[in-house]
Design a protein around this ligand. Structure first.
Ligand code: SF4
Length: 250
């Protein structure tokens, strides 16, 4: 397990312990205030929280086991999804309290997600896979409207879009360029890919991964030599590696 993944997994566990401590404290405080909250109501609330805690705990444990064994367990995937959905905000909050930058936490979350997707050992055909690119990869002075149709790119190689289109052709994958989450969602709804290789910044990738709950998404971080959202780039070999993890081409 690399250090990056450990950050997110540790934060998940610490968040669980903090929530458990908080619930126990509230339980003890409210026990003597039966006028405010009836004992039966209190018991029901605590039972629901305990059940949720058990489900989320199973999810966190499943993530750890899957990473250690480098293997996914389909029967536990719903638990891992629930753990990520419910504990992600708490893990971010706990991480910030511990002085870890949001960027590092998100990088760790993306690394965990990628590892879990890779461990599914998917063998998709090229057309079942979408390479989803952010608009900021395009050279800011390029006049061609590649969000409408990526084939409008004239392949002048001034930016990495041409290389990524060629990569898509090599694997017969669908290549789309989105200006934001709404367009990305539209592309996914229209194309219905069985797997996505998405390039973006930490924030957009983690939001996208959570958005596309039922679709495995491998995230590749972009490089931002000119700051965020303008003339960004990506290591094409990293995108190819991500593609190879879920796609056999053809
Ligand atoms: S490679 Fe394509 S998108 Fe990039 S600047 Fe050239 S024509 Fe525009």
């Amino acid at each position: 397990m690399k250090i990056k993944k450990r950050i997110y997994i540790s934060l998940l566990m610490v968040s669980m312990l903090l929530i458990a401590g908080l619930v126990t404290a509230v339980w003890f405080l409210l026990q003597n205030r039966e006028v405010l909250v009836g004992r039966v109501v209190l018991t029901i609330i605590v039972s629901i929280i305990a059940l949720l805690f058990l489900l989320v705990g199973t999810g966190v444990l499943a993530i750890i086991i899957m990473i250690i064994r480098s293997k996914t367990f389909p029967s536990l995937e719903n638990f891992t999804r629930l753990a990520n959905e419910l504990l992600f905000p708490a893990a971010l909050f706990t991480g910030r309290l511990a002085g870890i930058s949001k960027e590092r936490i998100l990088q760790s979350y993306i690394a965990v997600n990628n590892y879990l997707v890779e461990s599914k050992q998917l063998v998709l055909k090229g057309p079942q896979v979408m390479i989803l690119l952010p608009h900021c990869l395009q050279d800011s002075e390029c006049p061609h409207k590649i969000t409408m149709d990526v084939n409008n790119c004239k392949r002048c190689h001034k930016c990495c879009v041409s290389d990524l289109i060629e990569l898509g052709e090599k694997y017969h994958a669908v290549v789309k360029v989105a200006t934001g989450g709404t367009l990305a969602r539209k592309f996914i709804e229209e194309t219905k890919p069985r797997g996505v290789v998405a390039v973006a910044c930490e924030r957009d990738l983690s939001l996208g991964i959570q958005d596309a709950i039922q679709i495995p998404v491998i995230g590749v971080l972009n490089c931002r030599p000119n700051g965020p959202c303008v003339n960004t780039s990506v290591v094409v070999a990293d995108v190819e590696k991500a593609l190879q993890a879920i796609c056999k081409g053809g």
